[in-house]
Design a protein. Structure first.
Length: 447
């Protein structure tokens, strides 16, 4: 059987794949596994629970709370907050466990659950495997005073915004910014943080109704942000995804600034301030070759990992590095956050503009993106993507044709039932042609 946990927790169609009984069972198993390894020793355990504004989050939150409280864990309900806010508050409030309900950039019918340890980091694979192995076990639950108590958190938004503002090195006074919150978890937090940092703020995608999250807005649909930036004559646009662990940007002329460009800008800004540990950035195999070439030219080392911000974070911790991220807009600034934080990233990107005195379009020219085509092939057996001889032969042939001017990456999605085909080449037409050919091979070989 395929592993239940993906690269970012357990995710699926809410009330079909991700049901209330499953979420409750996962919460019980998590409490039991952490309890047995001594995480709660000597004190009454506390968990914090947050969610994005999806409609399904309401009943799934109830299931999480029931599971934890029935396991003897006190629960503090944070309500609707970004994923990085839940991670931060898990540590800040001295909780033993953090739980976030979100499917991030996925459409509204999906949802997911992820767990954080008391330091605010995602649980390691080994602990997730132990939780998964305990699902459905018969156990002896506590009774009477042993059951967990549930209460609402007060001031969680303010506490998180104050933390964000404490990290910003300069005032953003004089900047006009459009922020698109994807009708998601940052709809209150991001505008408030930007305004209090000094920026003039125009908002879009800040009216969540439980069903419109990521719908034609946010970091996965930048058209609305591009239009708004031009219409309002803004200096920049900032886009989050549904749970605000991602940030993409738009220049004053409406050009997209992706995660690689944001990382390049911030890496140079951090080094200028003497704050880039070991002059090193951690990035994934999905980062554009142009990013790596730009960092090499600047004398900055790039450490490469598998796709997933958890793997970026692992490499950062192992190597003692403080900065890393993904092309998708997950950017981790370990001095300030334990996971990708879209609001934090946006604030620091704007601060880099202020500190340099240069517009975003000029800063983004630090790197030249090689043409890159990504095709998502759905409804195939993604588990055979790494073992298919037919696919391996096609990839080898494509790599031989591209030579040193491009590269191929085939990988199964960690969160969705699809295989991603990525091709970089010297020209857009060559990248498109090779990607379409390989996508066809994926469809036939993995059908």
């Amino acid at each position: 059987m395929a592993r239940l946990f993906g690269t970012d927790g357990v995710r699926g169609l809410a009330n079909r794949d991700l049901t209330a009984p499953l979420v409750m069972d996962l919460s019980v198993a998590a409490a039991r596994v952490l309890g047995e390894q001594g995480a709660f020793k000597g004190h009454r355990p506390l968990a914090v629970v947050g969610r994005d504004p999806r409609a399904s989050g309401e009943f799934l939150e109830a299931a999480v709370v029931a599971g934890l409280a029935s396991s003897g864990v006190d629960v503090l309900r944070l309500g609707v907050l970004p994923t990085p806010a839940v991670a931060h508050l898990t540590h800040q409030l001295d909780a033993d466990l953090g739980v976030m309900l979100s499917a991030s950039h996925n459409p509204a019918p999906d949802n997911g659950i992820k767990f954080f340890d008391r330091s605010g980091h995602k649980l390691p694979d080994e602990l997730e495997d132990r939780i998964e192995a305990r699902l459905g076990e018969v156990w002896d639950p506590p009774t009477g005073a042993g059951v967990g108590r549930v209460r609402e958190a007060h001031g969680a938004v303010e506490q998180y915004v104050a933390h964000l503002l404490s990290t910003v090195p300069v005032s953003l006074d004089g900047l006009r910014v459009v922020v698109d919150c994807a009708n998601g978890a940052s709809s209150d937090v991001a505008p408030e943080a930007l305004r209090r940092a000094g920026a003039e703020v125009i908002t879009i995608g800040t009216a969540p109704d439980g069903l419109n999250i990521n719908a034609g807005c946010g970091s996965t649909h930048l058209e609305a942000l591009q239009k708004a930036v031009r219409e309002h004559g803004a200096d920049a646009g900032i886009a989050n995804d549904g749970d605000a662990d991602r940030c993409l940007a738009v220049t004053g002329s409406g050009e997209i600034v992706d995660g690689d460009q944001i990382m390049a800008i911030l890496a140079l800004d951090l080094r200028e301030a003497g704050a880039l540990a070991a002059d090193t950035v951690v990035a994934t195999v999905m980062s554009n070759l142009g990013f790596k070439l730009a960092m090499r030219a600047a004398g900055i080392t790039v450490v490469e990992t598998a796709v997933g911000d958890r793997y970026v974070l692992e490499a950062m911790k192992e190597g003692g590095f403080g900065f890393g991220g993904e092309q998708s807009g997950h950017v981790i600034m370990l001095e300030h956050a334990t996971t990708g934080d879209g609001v934090l990233t946006g604030l620091h990107l704007l601060a880099a503009m202020v500190r340099s005195g240069r517009p975003l379009d000029e800063l983004a020219k630090v790197m030249t993106r090689l043409p890159q085509v990504l095709i998502n092939v759905r409804d195939v057996d993604k588990n055979r993507a790494k073992t298919s001889p037919e696919l391996a032969a096609a990839v080898s042939a494509a790599e031989a044709d591209l030579g040193d001017t491009g590269r191929v990456l085939i990988r199964p999605s960690g969160t969705e039932p699809m295989v991603r085909v990525m091709v970089e080449a010297a020209s857009e037409s060559q990248a498109q042609s090779v990607a379409e050919h390989l996508a066809g091979v994926v469809r036939t070989a993995l059908a």
